[in-house]
Design a protein around this ligand. Structure first.
Ligand SMILES: [Zn+2]
Length: 145
């Protein structure tokens, strides 16, 4: 079925992988900063519960910080999981090659530029329909803990 990413050489893939790792690291360190701020702001008096609550704190902090960043982080992790396979760099939509230049600019790309532009055109045409759908998704993601 799907074609393989023969257009990407090993050095290409190594560069993209490094970029994805750097992105993941950047987001993680942002989370850590927010987590520390959150802890000192709200848990100054509840030391015993800090450890048990750590996961929730991290989650709550990153939700406050940015849903968009959290979603992007998931995409980065997904791409990292995929980058060693021969499916990475292939368009989810048409199965065509995503150019190295495009991947370098946006290593989480899952669509080639042609399909991406097409989906953006459709998106603006169905703006209201899509908007209500994506709002629904955002609400699920940011539901209170
Ligand atoms: Zn495509």
């Amino acid at each position: 079925m799907a074609r393989l990413n023969k257009h990407l050489t090993k050095p290409h893939l190594a560069a993209l992988k490094e970029k994805l790792h750097a992105e993941a690291e950047r987001i993680r360190s942002n989370f850590t900063v927010k987590k520390a701020e959150y802890e000192s702001a709200t848990l100054a008096g509840a030391k015993d519960e800090v450890d048990a609550a750590n996961d929730n704190i991290l989650l709550a902090a990153d939700m406050r910080f940015s849903n968009r960043e959290a979603l992007y982080y998931k995409k980065v992790l997904k791409s990292l999981a995929k980058v060693d396979s021969e499916q990475y760099g292939m368009c989810d939509d048409c199965g065509g090659e995503i150019s190295f230049t495009r991947l370098l600019a946006r290593p989480t790309s899952e669509m080639c530029i042609i399909c991406k532009e097409e989906s953006e055109r459709e998106e603006s045409q169905n703006y209201h329909d899509r908007r209500s759908k994506s709002l629904g998704r955002e609400m699920t993601v940011s539901a209170p803990l």
